[in-house]
Ligand binder design. Structure first.
Ligand code: P5A
Length: 429
C-alpha cells in the first residue's frame, strides 16, 4: 500500500478523552474513531489488525474441531422468554420493536439462538459431540463504556457453544476449549493466565477467565511461573497439571495460604480477553433441546459456552506491546509487516530503490506500507514509530546512490545498513 493513496488519519495531539494508553494510541494511529459512546468506526489500519486477530482465533477454533456458523445480530425476544433470561438480563440488553410491534433485541450473546438451532436439527447422541461457533458483533448497553474498544457497547466476540451427551463429554469439550484459548493467545505473542471465575448472567458452576498480562492491565493477578512454559504444541496437553497451576486475582490471593513457592510466584497485571463456562442443562432444559441416548431415553443436552473478546484483544495487544513512541506490533497481528520511508520522493535514486523494494516484498507476499508522501522526514518517522510495524526501512539519498537501505526492527531498535537482497532476506527470515 502506498501511503499517499491510503486512508490513515493520524492525530498529532493526544485525544483528551482517552484514559488508557491503548485507547490513546488507537485514536492517534487512526485505527478507530468513536461514532457514539462505546461504538466505533474501524478505520483501515484498525480493521486490518482486527481481521488478523479474528483469523488467528478462527484457525485455532477450527483446529480444535469447532465448526463455524454465523448467527444474526438481531434476535426475537421469544427465545429469551423461553430460556427465562429475558427479564433477568436487565438494562444491558438493547430491546427493539419491529414494525409489527414484535419484541426483538440486539444480541448480547447467543446461547438461546444456538440452542434453537441445535434442537431443530439434532436428535441423537450419535451426532455428538458438537461445537458450533461464530464471530459476530454483540451489543451490551454497558453503564460506563470506557477505555475505547476494551469496554465498548458494540464489540466483536468469538462465541463457541458445545453440546454433549453427558457431564464427562462436556468436561472434555471444556478442556479442549481451555487449551485452544492458550494456543490462540500464545500465537499472538501474549501470555494468558486462566483463572477460576464467577459465571454471572451466563450461569453454570464451572468457569475460567483468561487474563493476558500487560503492565497496564486493570486487575492484579498472582500466578505460577510454570504458566509461561507449558508445552502447548503437544497433541495431548497435560490438563491435570495445567488446571492445578496456581492463579488468583488480587482479592482472592492470600500470601500466607499460597501453595506456590516464592521463587515461582509471579505478580502481574491482567486484562480479561476470554471467558469459558460450563452450565450443563441451564438452556437445554427450559428450551427442550434433548437427544436420545444409547438406551433410547431422551435427555437434555449438556452445554458450555466459550467467549473471546476479539475487538477487546486489539486494545489488549497494544497494552502489552507499546513504548513511548507508539505501538510495537507482534508479527502475527501487525497490519503491515514492513514500513518503507522514502526520505526524498523527488530524488530518482531514492524512489527507484523504494519502488524496487516495495515490489519485491509484495511479490514475496509481504504486506508493505510505503510512505511516498511529500512530508518532512520527522513527520514520516513519527508516523512509522506510532503505527509500530515490525520492520522499518529508511531510504535516503546518500545510501540510495550506493544501493543501500537502512533496516530497523521496531521492537528493539536493532539497525543495519544493507543492500536490497540482504534486506529482503532478513525480512523474510
Ligand atoms: C461466552 C460466549 C459470554 O458472553 N456467552 C457466549 C459467554 N461471556 S462474557 O464473559 O460475557 O464475554 C466474553 C468475552 O467478551 C469480551 N467482552 C467485551 N469486549 C469488549 N467490550 C465489552 N463490553 C465486552 N464484554 C465482554 C471479553 O473479552 C469477555 O471475556
Amino acid at each position: 500500500m502506498r501511503l499517499s493513496r491510503y486512508f490513515l488519519p493520524v492525530l498529532k495531539e493526544d485525544p483528551a478523552e482517552a484514559e488508557i494508553i491503548s485507547h490513546r494510541l488507537m485514536l492517534r494511529a487512526g485505527m478507530i474513531q468513536q461514532l457514539s459512546a462505546g461504538i466505533y468506526n474501524w478505520l483501515p489500519l484498525g480493521w486490518a489488525v482486527l481481521r488478523k486477530v479474528e483469523q488467528i482465533v478462527r484457525e485455532e477454533m477450527d483446529r480444535s474441531g469447532a465448526i463455524e456458523i454465523l448467527m444474526p445480530t438481531i434476535q426475537p425476544a421469544d427465545l429469551w422468554i423461553e430460556s427465562g433470561r429475558y427479564n433477568a438480563y436487565g438494562p444491558e440488553m438493547l430491546r427493539i420493536r419491529d414494525r409489527h410491534e414484535r419484541a426483538m433485541l440486539y444480541g448480547p450473546t447467543n446461547e438461546e439462538n444456538v440452542t434453537d438451532i441445535f434442537r431443530r436439527h439434532v436428535q441423537s447422541y450419535r451426532q455428538l459431540p458438537l461445537n458450533l461457533y461464530h464471530i459476530q458483533w454483540k451489543f451490551r448497553d454497558e453503564v460506563r463504556p470506557r477505555f475505547g474498544v476494551m469496554r465498548g457497547r458494540e464489540f466483536l466476540m468469538k462465541d463457541a457453544y458445545s453440546f454433549d451427551l453427558d457431564y464427562e463429554g462436556a468436561r472434555r469439550a471444556y478442556d479442549n476449549m481451555f487449551v485452544a484459548y492458550l494456543r490462540t493467545f500464545r500465537r499472538m505473542g501474549l501470555t494468558a493466565i486462566p483463572m477460576q471465575a464467577e459465571s454471572g448472567p451466563i450461569g453454570g458452576n464451572m468457569s475460567h477467565e483468561f487474563q493476558i498480562l500487560a503492565s497496564t492491565g486493570e486487575s492484579a493477578v498472582y500466578y505460577d511461573a510454570a504458566f509461561e512454559d507449558i508445552d502447548l504444541a503437544a497433541d495431548e496437553v497435560d490438563m491435570e497439571r495445567l488446571k492445578s497451576l496456581y492463579a488468583a486475582a488480587d482479592e482472592k490471593h492470600d500470601p500466607d495460604a499460597c501453595p506456590v513457592p516464592a521463587e515461582r510466584l509471579r505478580a502481574g497485571r491482567g486484562i480479561e480477553v476470554g471467558h469459558i463456562f460450563y452450565f450443563g442443562t441451564k438452556y437445554s432444559e427450559p428450551m427442550r433441546a434433548t437427544v436420545a441416548g444409547p438406551d433410547g431415553e431422551s435427555v437434555p443436552v449438556e452445554m458450555g459456552s466459550y467467549g473471546i473478546g476479539v475487538s477487546r484483544l486489539v486494545g489488549a495487544l497494544i497494552e502489552a506491546n507499546h513504548d513511548a513512541r507508539g505501538i510495537v506490533w507482534p508479527d502475527a497481528v501487525a497490519p503491515f509487516r514492513v514500513g518503507i520511508v522514502n526520505l526524498r520522493h523527488d530524488e530518482p535514486a531514492c524512489t527507484r530503490l523504494a519502488d524496487d523494494l516495495y515490489g519485491r516484498l509484495r511479490r514475496a507476499g509481504v504486506d508493505v506500507l510505503l510512505d511516498d508522501r511529500d512530508e518532512r522526514a520527522g513527520a514520516k518517522f513519527a508516523t512509522m514509530e506510532l503505527i509500530g510495524l515490525p520492520w522499518q526501512v529508511t531510504i535516503g539519498p546518500r545510501g540510495a546512490r550506493a544501493g543501500m537501505i537502512e533496516l530497523k526492527r521496531r521492537r528493539d531498535g536493532d539497525m543495519a545498513e544493507l543492500g536490497l537482497d540482504a534486506a529482503v532476506e532478513r525480512i523474510l527470515a
